[in-house]
Design a protein around this ligand. Structure first.
Ligand code: PXG
Length: 460
């Protein structure tokens, strides 16, 4: 291999240099420097190897993105061939190129028929940045320029750039450098934690009705759109009650508020459907996409628009004052095209729906259904969350649930499996190519980590 960096160095050498130059995501950097990060050096299928030669089953698809797993030669070949032919060009200067055209043809063949256009970006955060300006532009074109406010949800996640983090509802992110004007939030539909004595269906409806209240409070004539993840990912893999989305859709339509689905995690087969909104049965006006679009092999995202919006912007909008150097990057587009072809032609999304998805969900219920530490198992397709609980009867959560979940995640690493912790929930989202045997291993190693945590929590 002709890698441009040295063959493997000592782990401590990497760690010292890493500490000297990097500020990592969502950590106390000083604490991480003291501990030293794990150095990942190789990936193949669902497995990763670190610089010490330890192997991990990646139960998180990297960051919810490697739908095809690691080491796919067809994706590497697509990137190399496109780099040889045309390493870079752009979509400014009245130009376009074959890779992005074929990618979009394929993308829209996979999407429901009421979508027609896409604005490519490099990430999910950027997709949501573009969303705000595009939605506002749409209302300007329709003669309603006062419709500017976006409503998001507390504990929603839409990215780390300024506007994307403002749309999201992570308060600790808002505290680091601010909100932007014209963004409001409503509560998340997290029944297990916040549902009290209500049934999930009642709670789901109540949460949705908060949107109506917020629109009325702000004035429907001022509200541009509502943005939400079909199910919350980074916030803890929280699935809304069934009553939620139909009510949200009714409200958006009634008040002429655009329904904007953030499909950055839910898209590209995670739920067994191509897009998570299809699983939940609603019809958003826009879709923010990224991650699984390229299986994470290269950065690429996008904002998908309904025909109705695209028609207004194209036919009546005049100049669209937006552009990124790397929109529709040819190499990313070629990789995305190869990735989507593989997901489609190898029947991977169908396999998640008909086989591996139900298999994983059944297995989790068998293994954790009566586990003393687990109060609820939520999941669909190749996604699942295990909720830690102190008292199953009252759904009382541990005061130190965050620490327990973090500890469980650390046990997972020790056992050779990567799962994610969020507050008191353990999350898994393996690559969509996972075999039944790999899912067995994922659940088995997770059980060991959860049992070890249960012992610390005094539950075993
Ligand atoms: N929207 C959603 C729903 C996301 O989950 C983004 C937007 C931002 O995408 P970019 O490509 O700008 O990162 C995301 C990203 C985690 C985790 O551990 C989740 C994300 C990113 C990193 C970590 O849950 N989601």
């Amino acid at each position: 291999m002709n890698l441009p960096f040295e063959p493997q160095r000592q782990t401590q050498d990497y760690q010292a240099s890493d500490a000297a130059h990097h500020i990592h995501a969502f950590v106390d950097q000083k604490a991480l420097n003291a501990e030293g990060p794990r150095v990942m050096v190789r990936g193949e299928g669902l497995y990763l190897w670190d610089s010490e030669g330890k192997r991990y089953l990646d139960g998180m698809s990297g960051l919810w993105c490697t739908q095809l797993g690691y080491g796919r030669k067809d994706l590497t070949a697509a990137a190399a061939a496109q780099m040889d032919q045309l390493a870079y060009y752009n979509m400014f200067f009245h130009t376009t190129h074959p890779a992005v055209i074929e990618l979009s043809e394929l993308l829209f063949s996979l999407l429901p028929g009421h979508y027609s256009h896409v604005i490519y970006t490099n990430s999910g955060s950027e997709a949501n940045e573009v969303l705000i300006r595009t939605v506002r532009r749409y209302w300007q074109v329709l003669g309603k320029p006062q419709k500017t406010i976006m409503i998001g949800r507390w504990n929603g996640y839409h990215g780390s750039t300024l506007a994307a983090s403002a749309l999201g509802g992570m308060k600790f992110m808002h505290e680091m450098g601010g909100l932007i004007p014209d963004v409001a939030h409503i509560d998340e539909p997290y029944w297990y934690a916040q549902g009290g004595d209500l049934t999930p269906a009642e709670f789901g409806r109540r949460c949705a009705l908060q949107l109506e209240e917020k629109i009325l409070e702000l004035g429907a004539q001022n509200v541009a759109g509502f943005i939400a993840e079909p199910f919350q990912g980074a916030g803890g893999m929280i699935f809304p009650p069934e009553s939620y989305w139909p009510e949200i859709q009714r409200i958006c339509r009634q008040y002429d508020v655009l329904l904007c689905a953030d499909e950055v995690i839910g898209g590209f087969g995670r739920t067994g459907e191509w897009f998570a909104h299809q699983y939940f049965g609603f019809e958003p006006d826009t879709l923010s996409i990224a991650k699984g679009l390229t299986s994470g092999y290269l950065p690429m995202g996008g904002l998908v628009l309904s025909k109705r919006m695209a028609e207004a912007l194209v036919e009546r909008g005049g100049v669209f004052a937006h552009g990124l150097t790397y929109s529709g990057h040819p190499v990313a587009a070629a990789v995305a095209l190869a990735n989507l072809k593989a997901l489609r032609d190898e029947g991977i999304v169908r396999q998640v729906k008909d086989d591996t998805g139900p298999y994983l969900q059944k297995l989790l219920h068998e293994v954790f259904g009566n586990h003393p530490l687990i109060g609820e198992i939520q999941g669909i397709g190749l996604l699942a969350a295990l909720q830690f609980v102190e008292d199953k009867g009252t759904r009382k959560r541990f005061a130190n649930e965050n620490d327990l979940a973090w500890q469980c995640r650390t046990f997972g690493f020790e056992e050779g499996v990567i799962i994610r912790s969020t507050l008191g929930r353990m999350i898994m989202a393996p690559a969509l190519v996972a075999s039944r045997a790999e899912l067995d291993e994922l659940v088995d190693k997770t059980r060991i980590a959860v049992d070890r945590t249960a012992r610390i929590a005094g539950k075993l």
